[in-house]
Design a protein around this ligand. Sequence first.
Ligand code: ATP
Length: 284
Amino acid sequence: MNLSRNGVGLSSTGVSIGYGHGHVVHDVSLHLRPGRVTALVGPNGSGKSTLLRGMARLQRLSTGTVTIGEEEVSGLGARELARRLTVLAQSRPTPQGITVRDAVELGRHPHRGRWRSRDADGPLAVQRAMELTGVAALAEDTVDTLSGGQLQRVWLASCLAQDTAVLLLDEPTNHLDLRYQVELLDLLRQLADEHGVTVGVVLHDLNHAAQVADVVAVLAAGSVVACGSPETVLTAEVLSEVWGIEIGVTRDREGRLEVRPRGCRRTTALHDEPTLGEPALVAV
Ligand SMILES: Nc1ncnc2c1ncn2[C@@H]1O[C@H](COP(=O)(O)OP(=O)(O)OP(=O)(O)O)[C@@H](O)[C@H]1O
């Protein structure tokens, strides 16, 4: 992989998105920076996946623009975009009868010429991606024989093999056991720190967000209601108001944030009835 040439951010400006019955993402401006992990968190249905898909050009925007580096993504060809940005979606159809290696190789599609020619870096990128995600030993197995967690790692490997400056992931820890959850979060940090990759990741586990993110953006009812460092955003006040239950935030012995739901339902949640108002915190 040749990730060291990265350093391109991804920004939405005034983005609204709907599915034909009003908007579910409202006027969102968000800057994902190179070398930073930005976590999108929020209750079910708050618009995280829709926003991520809109930023990846997988969802039509009603208003606003998305830029990658200096260029609008709407002006790029599919191959040009795929050389810069990749998405690990929540679920993909499982192709029948292809090997893990073949599935990971699918990520090389924007780097190939016609007839699969001119991708000299391909075999090494595929091998490295399989090693980083722990699926190298499964390389010759067919993907339809894998467990959900193994398959999730294969698709992650395919994204890594694509070797892009921007990596977007929608709930990537789904299906992963504890070890691979930790390894995945470590890998995201490594990609950002050592290779300058711009990482945007939807996470449900707020402790994962606290652990991995430089910036946390909280969505509620389609709007970003708080955005900033984990310390400034993952507070008992913000989280309790957005999720509508009592949530405590403490620090463990090493000083890391620990988010603990206390389970008492409040009368209203932010996503039921917006009360927090405009974004309370400014992105770092
Ligand atoms: N394909 C679709 N057609 C119509 N409405 C949709 C579609 N996908 C999502 N929605 C609606 O858009 C809103 C936001 O959904 P989205 O999946 O973006 O939220 P989310 O924050 O990612 O949710 P979750 O945490 O449950 O994955 C929800 O009200 C949902 O019902």
